[in-house]
Design a protein around this ligand. Structure first.
Ligand SMILES: Nc1nc2c(ncn2[C@@H]2O[C@H](COP(=O)(O)OP(=O)(O)OP(=O)(O)O)[C@@H](O)[C@H]2O)c(=O)[nH]1
Ligand SMILES: [K+]
Ligand SMILES: [Mg+2]
Length: 366
């Protein structure tokens, strides 16, 4: 029996099994097996299938956004609208065959937007160019899921399932579970709160299934079996996803309104130029970038050349962004802005800066 059939078999059994206390342990083991087979599917196979030619685009700018979607939803049309790059768009499917980068300039940030071939159901298992597309998606800071507003909800469910199958977890955080494999001592299991999904028995059963017999497990949130397996496998990618419904020029206004009210969602029409500015703004917003300004002693801040950083960056990261050698000369920083109580305030390397802060680095005397 091939891996695909094994997966189908287990999925069938999971869906047939009623969820309750009595079946919890059994379901946990089934899910562990499922994750194992899926991982085998994703291992590079070296044989047939198109190589990654045209997909290894160099990262550039402050952040990377990858467009993922079925064929002909308008990905290339969008790239051509919001960047200076032209990507061929046409009414037939699979117009785009490689990864095409464009650049968005917004709020002083340079955002790399990647146009990719359309993917189809079964992409994660290597159908079409699915595997390469998804490999690129894994490197993104934000996934822009392009959807056709004239089609039903199934396209989104299918795409989510494809991302899920390759270990991408969207719009969720890494489970708060401490897990460490040990040399000996058996499995120590602890939880800081009452668990409603996991039991010690299930956890140990899953770990034994992965041939792990010595480990420390400390559960710090009410995690599910799937979340626990994610932590054990450890190779999951937690990425934000923005859903973009295109072609709203083709649907009634009530439907546009309904779609637009969903979480993490923007509705647009690339062809009729509807809402594209708002989409770019939302991309920036969900990338969680901030801009800080530097200032020299006795001079005005440099409001032209701000530094773009990830939210929750520290003064240390600001220094590194200015110059690599600055850290060794750093004495303290003066910070003006909403991250401080007084303006200016003396701050050390671990101080977390905020959007629009102004920073002056004071160096040690040479
Ligand atoms: N009505 C309408 N059609 C659109 C819109 N945006 C794109 N299209 C049309 O949709 C078709 C597909 O557009 P593409 O940009 O090639 O789509 P794609 O997702 O890049 O397609 P592949 O590269 O083949 O995966 C083209 O005929 C576009 O003119 C839109 O906002 N409204
Ligand atoms: K197309
Ligand atoms: Mg295209």
């Amino acid at each position: 029996m091939g891996i695909l059939e094994k997966i189908a078999d287990i999925e069938r059994e999971v869906s047939k099994t009623q969820k309750n206390k009595a079946t919890e342990y059994h379901l946990g083991l089934l899910k562990a097996k499922l994750a194992k087979y899926r991982a085998m599917l994703l291992e590079p196979q070296g044989k047939s299938g198109p190589k990654g030619v045209g997909f290894d685009v160099v990262r550039s700018g402050d952040a990377r956004v990858a467009m993922v979607g079925f064929p002909s939803v308008g990905k290339s049309t969008l790239l051509s609208k919001v960047t200076a790059t032209k990507s061929e768009a046409a009414s037939y499917e699979f117009t785009t065959l490689t990864c095409i980068p464009g650049k968005i300039n917004y709020n002083g940030a340079q955002i790399q937007l990647l146009d990719l071939p359309g993917i189809i159901e079964g992409a994660a298992q290597g159908k079409g160019r699915g595997r390469q597309v998804i490999a690129v998606a894994k490197t993104a800071d934000l996934i822009l899921m392009m959807l056709d507003a004239t089609k039903g909800p199934r396209q989104r469910e299918l795409l989510e399932a494809e991302l899920e199958a390759v270990g991408i977890r969207i719009n969720t955080h890494k489970p708060n579970i401490y897990f460490k494999v040990k040399k000996g001592g058996g499995i120590s299991f602890n939880a800081t709160l009452k668990l409603t999904h996991l039991t010690e028995r299930t956890v140990i059963g899953i770990l034994h299934d992965y041939k792990i017999h010595n480990a420390e497990v400390l559960i710090r949130e009410d995690a599910t079996v799937d979340q626990f397996i994610d932590v054990v496998l450890g190779n999951r990618k937690y990425i934000k996803c923005l859903y973009c419904y295109n072609k709203i020029d083709q649907i009634p206004i009530e439907e546009v309104d309904r779609l637009a009210r969903q979480d993490y969602t923007v509705v647009v029409s690339c062809e009729s130029d509807l809402n594209l500015d708002y989409l770019v703004h939302q991309i920036w917003h969900h990338l969680d970038l901030i801009r800080v300004y530097t200032k020299k002693r006795g001079e005005f801040p440099d409001f032209e050349g701000g530094l773009i950083l990830k939210r929750n960056s520290t003064v240390e990261q600001v220094c590194k962004a200015i110059h690599r050698s600055l850290i060794s000369e750093f004495k303290f920083a003066l910070v003006w802005g909403i991250s401080t109580k007084h303006n200016p305030q003396r701050a050390g390397l671990t101080h977390i800066v905020e959007d629009e802060d102004v920073i002056q680095v004071v160096k040690k005397k040479a």
